[in-house]
Design a protein around this ligand. Structure first.
Ligand code: NI
Length: 487
């Protein structure tokens, strides 16, 4: 374990405040954190209040495209999970097609340094999770060439019928939707094209309730205001929309306003947990002498992480986890277990955005918030940053330096996201291993976890000592802000 870094009382205070913002407010304008006075922000439920909730994350990265998607799997609401999976696939399909045709047009070439690589980033928040009702809001940021924007969709689950419901299900039939469209048009005439506010489920794809119980209607970028960038949203007071609500809409509103939400879907809810009596960390290997290789696992924690931790425990191996802040907030117990079992935890940003596309203040927020979340969970802030996709520039380096973070990259990529084949992952991990090197994997894939026992066995057979990144750095002189790729 590395010594904790104390950054003063102000930082500790900010940590508490920011954690509250990260888990309590949600909101799509991630960069300008919504204030309480922004009534168009939907209510967001603390994900930790839903026992057994799992996240389904996926990341893909190469020279041609960058993708990170995540959605929740709520126990007892499988039809909702399936609907969310379809929705994420719908968002990813055109993006994947574009990436594939770009590759076909210019095979074998990689994007020029500094060129903007197409990016898709899908995040989620819970808008309600109480009784037999769940609401999940998906925000998908997509950028391809000059086209950039965010799409917004909110899906609901009705435990009474066992069905996933689109946002239009909050409203009473086509006539209710038509009257709602009239209400919305009158309110957004200044910032949108009213003719585009059609009374269809596609247009009204994202509706939820704010903290006051007002109905928030929001639209995807460019959908109702093609000329104006940014989010168009409106909050309608109860007096205006209440007559338009369906029975389900009324129940969903009540569930959103419950002060202490508690889901009761009748599902078994196994929470993540570790074995009794976690081992204490063994003495770190001396990588100035030993033939060390660092195994690193990005993008988690996830549902397969406990299995990985069991395996690492059995093998007596410590690794480095580069966790995504939003996933850490969903699985605080797993992050605690990672730390308690002697593994190193690094910062992989709050939302897994490509940091090279963000202005400095947002780069800072992405990194600092994750530092704060992890400090809250483990009592210790990371000393390593792995920028998502390994994408870094002067701004990222400056922020990393200011926060005392070494940028930890890799020199062996298992491409485990691509083929999900445990033997192929193991072969690439072992083939790519170098003394002092860093191997990139992702613990969000079950096949990667499957590969780990043979990776460790084969590396040890070749005389390697599996280690953490900081074990490697202890034998070197790498300053905060600098990049380290191993080898
Ligand atoms: Ni990643």
């Amino acid at each position: 374990m590395r010594p904790a870094r104390w950054r003063g009382a102000a930082a500790a205070l900010a940590a508490g405040l920011l954690l509250g913002a990260a888990s309590g407010c949600g909101g799509d304008d991630r960069w300008a954190r919504p204030t309480a006075s922004d009534t168009t922000q939907p209510h967001a439920v603390d994900v930790a209040s839903v026992p057994g909730l799992e996240t389904v994350a996926r990341s893909e990265e190469d020279a041609r495209h960058r993708l990170y998607t995540a959605y929740p799997a709520v126990p007892g609401a499988r039809p909702l999970t399936e609907r969310l999976a379809e929705a994420v696939d719908e968002l990813a399909a055109p993006y994947r097609r574009a990436a594939a045709s770009a590759l076909a047009a210019a095979p074998g070439t990689s994007a020029a340094p500094g060129a903007s690589v197409p990016e898709l980033n899908v995040q989620w928040t819970l808008t309600a999770a109480s009784g037999d009702i769940v609401g999940v809001r998906l925000t998908g940021w997509s950028s391809q060439g000059a086209d950039a924007g965010e799409s917004r969709r909110t899906y609901w689950y009705d435990g009474r019928t066992g069905q996933a419901v689109g946002s239009d299900g909050l409203v009473d039939g086509p006539s209710g939707l038509k009257r709602l469209a009239d209400l919305v048009r009158a309110r957004i005439v200044a910032k949108a094209d009213p003719a585009r506010v059609t009374p269809t489920p596609e247009t009204f794809a994202s509706m939820a309730f704010n903290d006051d119980g007002d109905l928030v209607v929001e639209f995807s970028d460019h959908s109702v205001a093609p000329a104006a960038p940014g989010r168009v949203a409106v909050a309608l007071p109860a007096s205006a929309f209440e007559p338009l609500l369906s029975d389900f809409g009324r129940r969903a509103r009540a569930a959103s306003l419950t002060p202490r939400p508690r889901l009761a879907l009748g599902a078994d809810a196994p929470g993540p947990g570790g074995p009794e009596g976690a081992r204490t960390p063994a003495d770190a290997p001396n990588c100035a002498v030993a033939k060390c290789v660092a195994l690193t696992f990005d993008d988690g924690p996830g549902p397969d992480t406990p299995r990985l931790l069991d395996e690492l425990n059995r093998a007596g191996v410590r690794v480095t986890f580069f966790v995504v802040g939003t996933n850490a907030a969903a699985y605080p117990e797993l992050v605690r277990r990672e730390a308690a079992e002697g593994h190193e935890i690094g910062d992989h940003s709050q939302d897994h955005r490509d940091l090279t596309r963000l202005p400095p203040i947002q780069v800072h927020a992405q990194i600092q918030e994750t530092q704060d979340v992890l400090r809250q969970i483990t009592g210790q802030a990371p000393v390593l940053l792995r920028p998502p996709y390994g994408a870094s520039n002067g701004v990222v380096s400056d922020v990393a330096r200011s926060l005392g973070l070494v940028q930890a990259l890799w020199n062996a990529d298992t491409l485990d996201w691509r083929d999900r084949d445990a033997s192929a992952v193991a072969d690439r991990a072992v083939a790519g291993a170098r003394p002092g090197g860093v191997v990139l994997m992702h613990d969000i894939y079950g096949t990667t976890v499957d590969a780990v026992p043979q990776i460790i066995a084969r590396l040890k057979a070749q005389g390697y000592t599996p280690a953490t990144v900081s074990d490697l750095l202890a034998a070197r002189h790498v300053r905060p802000g600098e990049r380290f790729s191993g080898g």
